[in-house]
Design a protein around this ligand. Structure first.
Ligand SMILES: [Zn+2]
Length: 223
């Protein structure tokens, strides 16, 4: 499998295969739906189009430049490559996860956003917007996703799925799981009536408290 990859790229290939298997196991996508990528410097490793996650091998992962030039593509890069690249261009993302997970898709069809019914949503930057519907793989979808990501690390795509990003694949993936959990929790809350939501001030206080505690942890491990 040595294709002159850097260690970073080889690690990205292996990671993408193992997280693809998790995507299926966790019910965040079926078949070959959804896609994931990891940025390694000026390059992006991205899952191929049309290969079932249960059959994907590290050498099937495609490598492209940030401008979309295909560098190593025995397979066809994901159809959502334009969206991944647009997110790398607009944010500090090092990994992007795109799911077709049922709870967010159900929500996207009937709500304009996922409101803050639990404070854990601060981990995504706050209430998560639903981006307008655009055809899969289009530049329009990439632009709509980037717009709706403003100040967030997650976006829901109407009648389509969701996208999260992070400083590595583990964080981006955990955010996809958190988003799906929050959407499910919101749906459950709706069954009781219109749920109470947290205000912007309450969410700001959660973010401040999280920062204080992180700072405290760092201080406590100092020699
Ligand atoms: Zn999709």
């Amino acid at each position: 499998m040595d294709r002159g990859d850097s260690d970073e790229l080889q690690a990205a290939r292996t990671q993408l295969v193992s997280y693809s298997a998790r995507l299926l196991a966790d019910g965040l996508a079926i078949g070959s739906a959804g896609n994931m990528s990891v940025r390694a410097g000026d390059l992006v490793a991205i899952t191929p189009s049309g290969i079932g996650y249960d059959q994907m091998r590290p050498e099937d992962v495609c490598v492209i430049a940030l401008d979309g030039t295909e560098l190593d593509s025995s397979e066809t890069p994901s159809s959502e490559t334009p969206m991944h690249l647009a997110i790398y261009a607009a944010t500090k993302a090092t990994a992007v996860v795109h799911t077709h997970s049922p709870e967010v898709i159900a929500l996207s069809a009937s709500r304009p956003e996922l409101p803050a019914i639990h404070y854990a949503i601060t981990g995504l930057g706050g209430p998560v917007r639903v981006a307008p519907y655009r055809t899969f793989g289009s530049a329009g979808l990439a632009a709509a996703a980037v717009d709706a990501l403003d100040g967030r690390s997650a976006v829901i795509l109407r009648n389509h799925g969701a996208v999260t990003y992070g400083r590595n694949l583990a964080q981006a993936y955990d955010r996809a799981l958190l988003l799906e959990w929050l959407a499910r929790t919101y749906r459950m809350a709706l069954s009781y009536g219109e749920p109470a939501t947290l205000s912007a001030a309450e969410l700001d206080e959660v973010t401040a408290e999280t920062r204080r505690r992180r700072y405290g942890e760092r201080r406590s491990v100092r020699p």
